[in-house]
Design a protein around this ligand. Structure first.
Ligand SMILES: [Fe+2]
Ligand SMILES: [Fe+2]
Length: 299
């Protein structure tokens, strides 16, 4: 059981003998200079990544390789080399797959270190203060739906770049919303429209990013359609089903915000931002994602 064991995290690895648990991100079989097969694993935890090289008698290589999978948490014993950032394991008995009751998920899956309820509260306060009844009703419809909220709170924002952890998309959304609120003090923009754009700009990610075991993954919808298009469709479906009196021009303005928020075609947006609100949203989104990406790389 996990309760009495102190886990050694990637960030605390030191040269020498080590026994700990890591999650497998990738596995492959390689050959050494003598033509013998060995297993190479990319693995890690919420603090970072490392590798492991498993040199066994050839009869054990394939068997061990098939017994472990991407996403598994494994216990391993070996020697860590700081210069190679790699753990050498030389006995098949020194690596074993853990069952879920043998580890704490939070040690492996990165989760947002902010209070998600507080972040959600900022969105709800923003909705309450809205004057545009159509936009307010749209957001109330979404944020009064507990199933929607659960998915919105859980979603990561990416697989490996900024906010790539549980709650990351909520943290990013509030980051963009705060920037938009500040920037809107300097320009004559439609604040309600801009804030709805900020709150919903990445809403498609609740369908297009998920967790496979403990790893953030892109669904086929993200690969083939993208969160931008999915998000736009989600909003239009709700408007079509619930709010037939929603003004067509307002719907277009909102669509424009969602579709253009990545700024350029080569960055995933089918159209560039043209309206003042869309230009502000794009830059707020870019700023929040790039700054966070840089901060995460520093960790
Ligand atoms: Fe996006
Ligand atoms: Fe975004």
């Amino acid at each position: 059981m996990f309760t009495n064991e102190k886990k050694i995290f990637v960030k605390n690895l030191q040269e020498g003998d080590i026994t700990t648990k890591f999650q497998i991100y990738e596995k492959c079989i390689r050959q050494d200079k003598n033509g013998n097969n060995y297993i190479e694993l990319k693995l890690g935890d919420r603090t970072g990544k490392t590798t492991a090289r498993l040199f066994f008698e050839q009869a054990h290589v394939q068997r061990t390789f098939e017994s472990i999978s991407k996403g598994d948490v494994v216990k391993l014993e070996g020697q860590y080399s700081e210069s190679y950032n790699s753990i050498l394991v030389n006995n098949p008995a020194k690596i074993s797959k853990c069952s879920p009751n043998e580890y704490r998920l939070g040690e492996f899956r990165c989760v947002c270190d902010k209070n998600l309820e507080d972040l959600l509260g900022e969105i709800k306060t923003t909705i309450e203060a809205m004057k545009n009844a159509h936009l307010k009703r749209l957001l109330e419809e979404m944020f009064n739906d507990q199933a929607f909220i659960d998915r919105f709170k859980e979603a990561p924002s990416a697989m490996s770049r900024h906010h790539n952890y549980g709650g990351g998309n909520l943290e990013h959304t509030v980051g963009v919303l705060r920037l938009c609120k500040n920037i809107s003090e300097f320009y004559d923009v439609d604040q309600d429209l801009l804030f709805v754009g900020a709150i919903l700009h990445d809403v498609g990610k609740i369908q297009t990013y998920t967790f496979e075991e403990t790893l953030p993954t892109r669904t086929n919808e993200e690969k083939m359609i993208s969160h931008i298009i999915i998000g736009d469709r989600m909003i239009h479906d709700i408007i079509k089903e619930k709010f037939q009196d929603f003004p067509g021009e307002l719907k277009n303005q909102l669509s424009h915000l969602i579709l253009s928020h990545h700024g350029k075609h080569e960055w995933g947006s089918p159209i560039p931002p043209e309206t003042p609100e869309a230009i502000v949203l794009h830059h707020a989104d870019l700023l929040d994602s790039q700054v966070k990406n840089s901060l995460q790389r520093k960790l």
